[in-house]
Write a protein that binds this ligand. Structure first.
Ligand SMILES: [Cu+2]
Length: 399
């Protein structure tokens, strides 16, 4: 259940609420003042009640004309005034010196927040994908969706400016906080801004209001409004969330970057990308690389040439590698071990490990993306070295 439409967490929200209510009431009064007399007069002067010779030809009524010009003009100016002043409040950004500026990035299908460096020079980068609820075959929710760690943390009673954008190859999004009555498009390659000053400590939902693609409706996140000193303590620490440092959990990082919308982790679930698990390549993938080579991963050795093995040899090698390189090594694997190592774990980062998701492989795949027989994995240039290590550790641990 989305909350926020009946809550107000900012001054702007109150302005807009007031403008809305005044507009609504004035519209109702204007509507009634036209429609009720109209219905009454139509009934009173119905054909059976009036004789033609009784109908007078009235050409002017100065008083009436003045009244029906002046009254609507004034009331419409009242509507205009409230709309205008709340728009000015919403659109006039406070001075940057008196505000906290947070960079917001909307991309398919998550929000990310980046703060300015704190006193230690540490940059907080937060946000991430929402985990969808899991449903059974009748559509009933068996496990609730979770917001994860994707909150935007801000101090209470402080001006916050959001500088928002989307990657150039992404789509339009719209950053919407119902409780703050604020909503603004987020446009690839352009910066749009919103500001707010939350007046009540608490948590508020963030949504994407751009309903033109598959998962905008799942771009949930939260704003957590904290007491100022609590916020400052967190901000000047190197912890990623006020509750603790979730960077140590590879699972949270996969969640945060939205990896899990394309990859299952050690399960049979079929998603867009391969399941990330300890035994990583399928026979078909190995055969594909043997046949076509591979040169997009950015390993120092450069390209892996096509045709390193053929026929029965290739088949035998593929079965062996896909089996996690257990059992007796076929002699033909000698044509691979020169570069990939006896144990298939790669060589000092020059050629990839064939058996596990080590730090080198993850770093290369995330930096360059990967185009293979399964599909195209986008690049994730902003994933940090620390995060790569945490993911590698996590994937090698989960069997
Ligand atoms: Cu969106």
């Amino acid at each position: 259940m989305l909350e926020g439409f009946n809550t107000s967490g900012t001054i702007i929200a109150e302005h807009i609420q007031e403008a809305l209510e005044i507009n609504l009431w004035i519209s109702l009064v204007l509507f009634a003042s036209v429609v009720l007399p109209m219905v009454y007069l139509a009934w009173k002067y119905r054909e059976s009640n009036v004789k033609d010779e009784d109908i007078e030809n009235i050409t002017h009524n100065t008083l009436l004309e003045i009244v029906w010009t002046v009254v609507p003009t004034i009331t419409l100016f009242v509507c205009f005034w409230y709309g205008y002043t709340s728009m000015v409040t919403a659109r006039t950004m406070p001075a940057v010196e008196d505000s906290i500026v947070v960079q917001v990035e909307g991309s398919k299908w998550k929000w990310r927040y980046e703060y300015a460096a704190n006193d230690n020079g540490f940059v907080h980068k937060l946000g991430g994908a929402y985990t969808k609820p899991i449903r059974d075959e009748n559509g009933k929710i068996i496990q609730k969706g979770t917001m994860g760690k994707s909150a935007l943390y801000v101090p209470v009673n402080t001006n916050i400016i959001l500088e928002m954008t989307a990657p150039i190859d992404d789509v339009l999004h719209s950053f919407f906080v119902p409780a703050f009555r604020m909503k603004e498009d987020v446009v690839p390659g352009r910066i749009t801004k919103q500001w707010f000053k939350a007046d009540t400590v608490g948590e508020y939902d963030i949504e994407c209001a751009e309903y033109c693609g598959t998962d905008h409706s799942y771009m949930y996140s939260r704003i957590v409004v904290m007491p100022v000193d609590e916020y400052n303590t967190w901000f000047n620490s190197n912890n990623d969330t006020p509750e603790g440092d979730y960077l140590t959990s590879g699972d949270a990082i996969l969640q945060q970057h939205g990896c899990k919308s394309c990859h299952a982790i050690n399960s049979d679930k079929k998603l867009v990308g391969p399941t990330l698990q300890t035994r990583r390549l399928t026979k078909e993938q190995v055969l594909d690389v043997i046949e076509n080579g591979q040169n997009k991963l950015g390993y120092a050795m450069g390209e892996m040439p096509a045709g390193m093995a053929t026929g029965a040899d290739a088949e035998e090698i593929a079965v062996y590698v896909a089996g996690g390189m257990t059992g007796e090594q076929p002699a033909s694997f000698a044509s691979c071990s020169g570069c990939h190592g006896e144990d298939g774990k790669g060589q000092y980062g020059t050629a990839p490990s064939l058996v596990s998701y080590d730090v080198d492989l993850l770093r290369n795949v995330l930096k360059h993306g990967k185009k293979g027989m399964i599909g195209k994995m986008p690049s994730f240039p902003y994933v940090t070295e620390e995060e790569v290590s945490a993911i590698a550790e996590y994937l090698q641990k989960t069997k």
